[in-house]
Design a binder for this molecule. Sequence first.
Ligand code: CA
Ligand code: CA
Ligand code: CA
Length: 365
Amino acid sequence: MELKLEKIIGKAARTGAVCGAVFLVAGMASCSGDVPGYDDVPPGTGQPEEPLPQPGEATAYVTQVLDYLPAAGQFTNTMPEYEEGDTQEDMNRKVLEAIGNNNRGLVSLGGFGGYVTLGFDHTIENKPGLRDFRVLGNAFYSAANPDTGAPEGGSCEPGIICVAYDRNKNGRPDEDEWYEIAGSAHEAPAQEPWYGLAREYGNDVSLCAGYEITYHRPEHEPATEEEREQYIRWEDNQGNAGYLQKNAYHGQPYFPQWVEGDELTFRGTRLPQNGVDESGLGNYYILYKFRYGYADNETNMGEEASIDIDWAVDGNGQKVSLPSVDFIRIYTGVHQSNGWLGECSTEVMGVEDLHVLGEEIPTRE
Ligand SMILES: [Ca+2]
Ligand SMILES: [Ca+2]
Ligand SMILES: [Ca+2]
């Protein structure tokens, strides 16, 4: 069994196990409306290498924040609040105060690529046939979609979940220890129930692996309407460019203020755009729910807020067999601005180990 794990992880390391943000190995970006399934590789059955903590010894909740780097966004610098002089360590601490230890505050990851990296006081076991952890966010469904026959949606702002198994036991997530959880759109974007209506609306509904976007620090805060509309410039590696606007509701700077340098680049898998103005007048946006496998995409009570570690894949989209995970990273997976509502940004309220909580939630069939 150990041999098998070695083999799978070794392969991922050679090809560049990737997981969003700063750890993606540069490669060909590929965007497609559909990608091959992963069903041809049977899920593994790796076993833990060492005894896991006994129930009662471990807490189910986040106990460490290793890194927090939101992209530009309307909640950046406010969730959590940046105060003059704050360092990266200060911001990490504020994130832990907000969402660690079951505090259930909320942090925002900003636009596409913004991320947070979380740790625990134990390793989260991958139990066969069961989901293993739950990611809490602030997703909700709209009760008043003018399109009454529409699929479930409301405020679903999916974040892509990455997991790291601390294979070399150095207490850190090394670059070759990260794997992405393949959610529903990773497997088959065209099967999202809202795919057709989002495409008709004009959204980019492709899944883009190896997506990269750079945000530029504005020279100053906007003073005129034109400056508000051309607030934060961005360009991506697909030949697109544009601006994040500054809206009337959030007056603070949108570029993370504790970061040095004039630009921020994020890399990862970009999900199909799921936001649709159902009013046709720019006043009623529905952000549709992906079927499974993402953060801030399902209500916290819903089954699909919970994740099975067996859904992890390597940089080639091949399933990997992990006995447990020690670190979890979440990054905003959609790049889309939705009118007055602003850009799609994943929010995180916490992560819970379902096994420590004693909850048994079956994996998907
Ligand atoms: Ca499992
Ligand atoms: Ca490690
Ligand atoms: Ca949200």
